[in-house]
Design a protein around this ligand. Sequence first.
Ligand code: AKG
Ligand code: FE2
Length: 302
Amino acid sequence: MSYQNIEVKPIAGRIGAKIKGVNLAENLSDEIISEIRKALVQYKVIFFRNQELDADGQVNFARRFGEITTAHPTVPSLPGHPEVLDLDYSRTVARANNWHTDVTFVDRPPLGSVLRALVIPPAGGDTIWANSVTAYQDLPEHLRNLADKLWAVHSNAYDYATAFDIPEEVKSYRDVFTSTVYETLHPVVRIHPESGEKGLFIGGFVRQIRGLSPTESADILRLLQSYITRPENTVRWRWQVGDVAFWDNRATQHYAVADYGDQPRRVQRVTIAGDLPLSIDGKYSQAIKGDSSAYIPNLVAA
Ligand SMILES: O=C(O)CCC(=O)C(=O)O
Ligand SMILES: [Fe+2]
C-alpha cells in the first residue's frame, strides 16, 4: 500500500508503524486523515513523535475518525474535558499492566484510542501492543475452527474471591471502575469492519466462554491468549514526552509495563466509538447487562 501524504515506517514485522511528516495540531486535510486511517488499519498501532498537542487538539484530531465517547463508562474524566481519560499514575493507582482490549465489557467497544504522553519516567513505562489478527492466523487449523465457534462473556466486574490481598487504594479504584456493572457476549473471533480480517477478540475483560466450565474456559483462553502475546505478534513502544500513539482496538490488545516504581508517569486517552462486533457467521455481539448508550452520547438505539 502506498502513501502520498504521510511517511509510514513499519517498526516491528507484524504490527506498529511510525508516521512522519504530520503535525497533529494542524487542521489536517481529508486526504491526510484517510491515509492515517489506512495506516491505522494496516499497522494496527501507529506512533507520532514530537507532537505539540493539548487536550483540545487531541480531541479534535481523534474526532476526525469518528464519534468520541465519554472518557470511560465508569471512571471520571479530566476535569473540564469530558472526553479525556487522565491516566496520571502517581494518582491513579490501578495500572494497566495486564493484557487487554479496552472497554470490551460494553456491546460497542471502542474503534480505537489516541494516547498522548505528558510525563514519562527516564527508563521503563513502555507500552506493548499485540496483533490479534496475526495471532488468529498463527493458530493451528483445528484450534482456529474451535475458536471460530466460541462466544465469551466480558465484564468489568472483578472476581473479589481472587482479590483479597490487594491494597485499599486499588480496592477503592475498583469500586469506581465497577460502579456500574456491564456484561456483554462477544464472538471470540470477530470480523474487522474495515479490513475484513478475522481476529481473536478476547483480553482482560473476558470472564468465561459460553458453554464451558470456569476451568475449561480458563484453559482455552490461556491457550488462545498465548498466541496473542507471542513476541512475533507484538511491538513495544519506548515513550518520549510529546509522543502520540493511536491503536485499532478492534484488532489489538495492549499492556502498560509497570516497571518504573513510584516515579511519575502520565498519559491521556481520547477514545473513538466503535461498532457492534460481528462474528464470522454473521451474528452481532449482545449486551447482557448495561449497554453503550451512556458511553456513546449520540448513539441512536438500534
Ligand atoms: O498507560 C498506558 O500506556 C496505556 C494505558 C491503557 O491501557 C490505555 O490507555 O488504554
Ligand atoms: Fe487500555
